[in-house]
Write a protein that binds this ligand. Sequence first.
Ligand code: ZN
Length: 647
Amino acid sequence: MKNILFYFILLTLFLTNCSTRQEINKQCSPNVLLVTIDTLRADRVGYISGSAVSKTPNIDLLASKGVVFKRAYSAVPLTLPSHSSIFTGLHPLQLGIHQNVPVTLSPDIPTFTTILRKKGYQTIAAISAEVLSSKTGINQGFIEYDDPYKIYNSHKKGGRIAEKTISAALKLLKKQDENKPVFLWVHLYDPHDPYTPPKGYRQEGDSLYDAEVRYTDDCVGRLIKSWKKFCGDKNNLIVITADHGEGLGEHGEKFHGHFLFDTTLHVPLIITGNKIPSAVRDDIVCLYDICPTILKYCDAKNENETESPAIDLLSKNKREVPVTSETEYPETLNMNISRGYAIHLGDEKLICQPKPEKFNLLNDPKELRPVFTNTTVLKNLLYETVKELREAHPKQNLMDSETISMITSLGYLGSMAPEKITADSPVFPHPNWKSPMQAINFINQAERMFRLPEDSDERLAMMENCYKIDPENKFVIKGLGSLLCKRGKYAEAVKLFDKINPESVWMAKIFYDMTLSYAKQGRKSNAFVCAELAVKRCPGMPLAYQAMAIANLVKGKFETAKSNAWIAVSISPDNKSSWNNFGLINNVMKNYGEAYKAFSASMALTDTNDQKSVMKFGRTCMFMKKYDEAEWAFKKAIELNPNNEKA
Ligand SMILES: [Zn+2]
């Protein structure tokens, strides 16, 4: 009887708190929406900057109803590392993820998604960029993950535009059971370069970047409306943030990842939810605070020993813990540029890259006037924190080569294998490497170069100039070697390629140029080493098999070369160079019929024929004694380039 009474009391208590199963969900498991807007600077959000004409009315409206953190910082200004810290609550130094390639988030480290899923959440995501594809491990815990890897189709390089991602997200949302809690993550990529806003969003005085921000805000407004409709009166939590900001020329920095100024570290963070009173907070928080905070709000136990405890959203207690940020990415660019670390504490900030520079953000928010006095205390704190965080470094998981190759081919330059780091590793292994101010010119030149066509004389001149300034710079050596190869200057190219270890290369394009240059200089074994690495590291790239075909051709292994060349064609039948490569090898083998077909296929791929394919086609016709067609081809080649003496 006593027992029955006990259970009766328990049941009554239970029913008072949560009268039905639905009620339990309402009380204890709110629906959660996380929106991460790639590359959105905090100062572009009207509610944070206080600017009279806001570019973000929809985000502002939400902000006015929740908690707004005016001083939220990213732990690392790069997409995958920053998102990894958001999802795990761990610092990128603890995770060992410093750039978008080649390390993935280890499945051994729980994310808040995996924890919510265990709690019965329906976990769904729609993301916008290749660098967060399911191949990176950031998808762990999601039941459904809509990523561009599968549906890559957009004018936005490496990603898709917001309205498409949001449509995908809402489609997933519609499929969910309304009686079970939902966690939806939406990642939007529009403010990331290249800045290509849809028409009608650029207002007077706006940069293209600003117009992307307006467009994204518009889409966020639509997303929030649909989300609220889905949630109805159910408890729900909305978190809006950005993975990092963007350098818009300040400190000489364009884009992000190279340095640690607030232009790329300062991000918006807005949290709204039932029972969360509206507040504007000016204490320092970091993106890794999001994980414990969401878990606490959802009454779920955090399984990671995170960098910091949950933010108390109900109290006004300030979170006066320093925030440490890092960028190890510059070192992987092979430009002799040092990694950087920074620490925010109160109004003070110290950046070491490697020279220490202290700023007072209250007097100098733009970080224009470094204070060189009393840097020791902050510096010691920063060095100790970095060392401590690294001690927790787990085993690193490498991405598959195809993904690395795909990401690097999109223009993400970081491409060096991760350094083995132990607790005893020095914080700055190369103290004499360039500091940011010296490095800016180099990076800007490099980035401008990448926007010029490969055969432009300006690009070659810029690269030669960089080489003169820094002849040991591996990035420049690879780039210049490649440009010389493109111009048929193989002897000069090989002299440069001899200075780099092929093991430090990850891009199929560089492997191909190295293979071709070595092959042309009769250095068969060097050519073969590069081609073998190309296939191993970039198995999804036609250029890797084209390289292998050349390496086998110079070795006299004609049949193998032919089948290598055919793999390149099969991977991507709309790739001109693969058909040309296949035709060339057939010509050498005197399979003129197949060569004829290959060059015809190559010419059919473009409306205006390029002279390379036309010349090759002409030569094959000569071998086949099809003189009329050969004449047509050479005439066409002259038409395309009147200076073509060979034609
Ligand atoms: Zn990003």
